[in-house]
Design a protein around this ligand. Structure first.
Ligand SMILES: Cc1cc2nc3c(=O)[nH]c(=O)nc-3n(C[C@H](O)[C@H](O)[C@H](O)COP(=O)(O)O)c2cc1C
Length: 192
């Protein structure tokens, strides 16, 4: 199983990256078989991403990021809230994707913010974006505030518990989804 984390912030070090990494690690622990892990950080590709407007002109580093995402069995997608939304460059990453690239993927969603005030960004923005791209996301999400971290790592028992829950859901969804894939594809074909 190939688990890929995508951290959507621009800062380094980053609480969002710490949270995404914790969720990826938890899914790895919960999976009973061999697992490969990788973290893509928008902060690492921000400069190339911001200068790319045509998906045919990807730099090798951007191409590698898209390939990793395309090959993931489970995606862990985390964003910091910037001005009541996800960061613009995170959205730009998806705007360059062939809309069909992520169809049928399984994802776990997470976000970080200064307060709880914008926690619903997860539901009305991040999940909406991924629904449009045909991604199956786990019903529970993780939202962590700055006070839930120390030294950019999760330092809250409530968030740690929540991470366990979403990891279980993500894994369950991945198993159901990949086992059921031929049936689902047949159903899709039947309805055109
Ligand atoms: C440009 C900018 C805008 C932000 N806007 C919000 C906001 O609207 N709501 C919120 O809860 N936090 C906001 N924050 C706080 C970040 O979401 C929060 O500190 C987050 O943990 C940062 O994650 P990071 O360590 O991965 O950068 C903002 C931070 C920045 C830099």
């Amino acid at each position: 199983m190939n688990i890929v984390g995508l951290s959507g912030g621009l800062s380094s070090p980053s609480r969002t990256k710490g949270l995404v990494t914790s969720i990826v690690n938890e899914i790895s622990l919960a999976a009973s078989h061999h697992v490969q892990e990788q973290i893509i950080d928008i902060a690492d590709i921000a400069s190339a991403l911001g200068q790319t407007f045509d998906p045919k002109n990807l730099t090798p580093k951007l191409q590698a990021a898209y390939s990793a995402v395309a090959e993931a069995d489970v995606l862990v997608i985390g964003v910091p809230v910037y001005n009541a939304s996800y960061p613009g460059l995170f959205k730009h990453f998806f705007d360059l994707i062939d809309p069909k690239l992520l169809e049928g993927k399984v994802a776990v969603l997470a976000a970080t913010g200064g307060s709880d005030q914008h926690a619903l960004v997860l539901e009305h923005q991040l999940r909406t974006l991924l629904n449009f791209l045909g991604v199956y996301s786990a019903p529970k999400t993780v939202f962590a505030k700055d006070t839930d971290f120390s030294n950019y790592q999760v330092n809250s028992s409530a968030i740690t518990e929540r991470i366990r829950l979403v990891a279980e859901q993500g894994l369950w969804l991945a198993r159901q989804h990949y086992d059921a894939a031929p049936v689902q594809l047949a159903a899709v074909a039947a309805y055109g």
